[in-house]
Design a protein around this ligand. Structure first.
Ligand code: ATP
Ligand code: MG
Length: 352
C-alpha cells in the first residue's frame, strides 16, 4: 500500500513512523492497526463507518481508503451533511429535475451522480434527517435513487464512506437514527482514538507540521525546546490533531514559544483552551458565517414565518395560501416540505 514510504513501515516497530504518503502519518500500535484495516478494506467496496472525536483524522482515513482503492483515479466527493438544511442537502446529494421547485431552471445532478464509479464521503452523517436516512438506505440497498421531482430511478456505482463524531448507538436508542441504516453503514467500523490516547505520536506530528508550515510560509522554525515538548506531550488536546496542527502553525509564523508554553502549560489556561475547542462549548458561541450564508439563513427564517402566517390565515388551505403569497401551488408544497411544516405540529404557529 505504501507508495512513498519515507521509513520502511515495520508494523511491529513502534519507533518508526509509517507514512502512507507525504500527508498521512500512521504511527504507534493504535494507528498501525487502523492502517492494517485500511489495507484490508480499501480495495473492497464495503461501506466504512469512521468514528472519532473532532479533529482526530477521520477525513485522513477516508482519503486513505479512497487513495488505496481501485477507484483512486475516479473522484472522491465529500459532503458535510451538517452544513446544509435538509432540503438543500437532499438536492445536493440526489440532484433535481428541471421544474422540481421554484428556481430549478435546469436539471442538476447530485453528488451521488458526480461520484459515479468513485467514492462519496458523507461527513457528519449523525445529523441527517429521517427522510434522508430512508433515501440513503435505498441507495445503499440497490444503488438507486430518484432526483427531486424525478419520475425514474437513477442508478449509480458509488463506494460510500461515512464519518461522525456523534455516538450513533446512542442516537439509535434516542430514536434519532435508523437502526437498519446503521447496520448498512457499519459494515466495517474504524474508530480513530483521540490524541490524548496516542501521545507517543505527538513528536512525530510536531516534526511533520514544522516541516509542512516551514515550507508553506518559507520560514525555518527552530526545533521546539525540551520545555515546549514536555508541555505539548502533556496537554489534553481536546481539539486533537487539528488543535496541535494550529499550535505548530502559529509557532512557525510567530515563533512565540513562551506564549504557547504559558497557554497550554498551566492548568487554568489549559482548561480555557479545552473549553474553546470543546464542541459542547462551541455550540454556545454562534459561529461567524460568511455574509452570503447569513442572508440565506435570514431569508429562510423569514420565508418560513410568512408561509406559516399564510397557512394560518387560510386554515391550511395550501392552494389559497399559495395565491395569497403570489407563488405557485408547486412552490408552496416544496417550501412546506423544505421547512418541515405540518398542520399537526404547526397549526398554532404563525397566527399570532
Ligand atoms: N494521520 C494523520 N496524518 C497527517 N495529518 C493528520 C492525520 N490525522 C489528522 N491530521 C490533520 O489534522 C487535521 C484534522 O484532521 P481531519 O480533518 O481528518 O479530522 P476529522 O476527524 O475529520 O475532524 P472533524 O471531526 O472536525 O471533521 C487535518 O488538517 C489533517 O490534515
Ligand atoms: Mg472531518
Amino acid at each position: 500500500m505504501a507508495r512513498e514510504d519515507r521509513c520502511s513501515p515495520e508494523r511491529s516497530n513502534e519507533a518508526k513512523p509509517a507514512y502512507l504518503n507525504d500527508s498521512f502519518i500512521f504511527f504507534g500500535s493504535k494507528m498501525n492497526r487502523i492502517r492494517e484495516l485500511i489495507d484490508q478494506v480499501a480495495k473492497t467496496d464495503v461501506t466504512v463507518l469512521i468514528q472519532g472525536e473532532s479533529g482526530v483524522g477521520k477525513e485522513i482515513v477516508a482519503r486513505a481508503l479512497h487513495l488505496y482503492s481501485l477507484r483512486s483515479e475516479k473522484p472522491l466527493i465529500k459532503i458535510n451533511c451538517a452544513a446544509l438544511p435538509e432540503e438543500l442537502l437532499e438536492s445536493e446529494l440526489f440532484g433535481y429535475e428541471k421544474g422540481a421547485f421554484t428556481g430549478a431552471y435546469r436539471k442538476k445532478p447530485g453528488k451521488f451522480e458526480t461520484a459515479h464509479s468513485g467514492t462519496i464521503f458523507l461527513d457528519e452523517i449523525g445529523d441527517i434527517s429521517p427522510s434522508l436516512q430512508a433515501k440513503l438506505l435505498q441507495v445503499l440497498q440497490d444503488g438507486q435513487f430518484s432526483r427531486l421531482g424525478g419520475k425514474t430511478d437513477t442508478h449509480v456505482d458509488v463506494r460510500v464512506l461515512v464519518a461522525t463524531n456523534k455516538n450513533l448507538e446512542e442516537a439509535i436508542r434516542a430514536g434519532r437514527f435508523r437502526e437498519d441504516l446503521y447496520y448498512r453503514l457499519n459494515v466495517v467500523n474504524i474508530s480513530v482514538p483521540p490524541l490524548r490516547e496516542r501521545r507517543q505520536e505527538i513528536p512525530i506530528f510536531v516534526t511533520h507540521f514544522l516541516e509542512k508550515y516551514g515550507e508553506k510560509y518559507n520560514k525555518r522554525a527552530s526545533d521546539p525546546s525540551p520545555k515546549l515538548m514536555r508541555v505539548l506531550t502533556r496537554h489534553r488536546w481536546p481539539g486533537n490533531i487539528r488543535e496541535l496542527e494550529n499550535v505548530i502553525r502559529r509557532l512557525v509564523i510567530l515563533g512565540d514559544e513562551e506564549a504557547i508554553i504559558e497557554e497550554l502549560g498551566s492548568e487554568g489556561k489549559a482548561k480555557l483552551s479545552l473549553e474553546k475547542t470543546n464542541p459542547q462549548y462551541q455550540t454556545l458561541i454562534p459561529p461567524v458565517l460568511p455574509l452570503k450564508e447569513v442572508s440565506r439563513r435570514a431569508t429562510m427564517i423569514a420565508e418560513r414565518e410568512a408561509i406559516l402566517k399564510a397557512l394560518a390565515q387560510t386554515n391550511w388551505n395550501r392552494k389559497r395560501a399559495a395565491k395569497l403569497m403570489n407563488i405557485s401551488y408547486k412552490a408552496i408544497l416544496y417550501k412546506i416540505r423544505q421547512y418541515g411544516l405540518t398542520k399537526k405540529n404547526h397549526a398554532h404557529s404563525g397566527s399570532e
